[in-house]
Design a protein around this ligand. Sequence first.
Ligand code: ATP
Length: 294
Amino acid sequence: MVLKSYAKLNLYLSIRQKRKDNYHNLDTLFERIDLCDIITLGNRQDSLIRITCENRDVPTDASNLCYQAARLIQKQCTIKRGVDIRIDKNIPVGSGLGGGSSNAATVLMGLNQLWKLGLPRRTLCNFAKEIGSDVSFFIHNIPFARGRGRGEKIEPLQQLSRLRLWHVLIVPKLHLRTPFIYRKWDEFTKKNKKARLTRQTLNVRILISLLKKEKLRDLTGLLFNELEQVVFLNYPQLRGIKELLIHSGLDVALMSGSGGTIFGITSSKKEAIAAIKSLNVKGRPWQIFLTRTI
Ligand code: ATP
């Protein structure tokens, strides 16, 4: 069984209070994009779960999120069968594009089919929450959704189901670890209590209604990622990339998740290609992608 495992962008990310379990409550807007990994699932004769991936940044042991997804299904559904999982990576690792979470969701949905388990979406979402905060979004199989709680409480945005945005993604050769960025965020907000109190409280509903009308130029100031300030303090080159993207003729630019991907938005492929041409990408320590909503 060969499956596509798509990446995500966050068009909005606001951090609410820190929880007793040390996670942070979030309010976020997810978008699914057509940059994808390929996951191949094959039944085994024994009960083992074997992961193969040529990308050295991806673990192939029990810490791989695909392994955790398969193990959870085996345990919860008392399955004796094993599976070979091959991951062909195109989504840069540790870049805020949710590759690992998406792979886990693809394995949950794929094994549900391969092993003919007939599990409803609700059950798969409960499994997803145990694996990671972003996994539930991918189970919903929709282009746009709002995420709350740790990001796992998903509200599908049906009003945006026809919207297709074009993106230029710049992925610097940095591996940003999400727990490290949140630790930096906690330190930053402790030191800058005032900044925290006067932080932007933006209305995500206005953002959604402007997206629906495709008023992309009006999105400046509404597209928002609260982690940008701490990430830019620690990696100032990312602020430079954001400015470069804005000057390349795209409507708006933002960092995705806990970084370091910076993406620009436009409604036409032509504009996205022109922006890529105007960026002087030769010799830069980046990867660059042209993607769209899917
Ligand atoms: P996060 O969900 O933490 O924001 P991200 O999108 O920034 O993640 P991922 O590409 O999902 O980054 O990788 C995060 C970490 O998860 C990596 O350091 C990697 O070691 C680990 N990992 C586990 N399973 C996978 C997988 N299937 N694909 C990629 N990374 C994985």
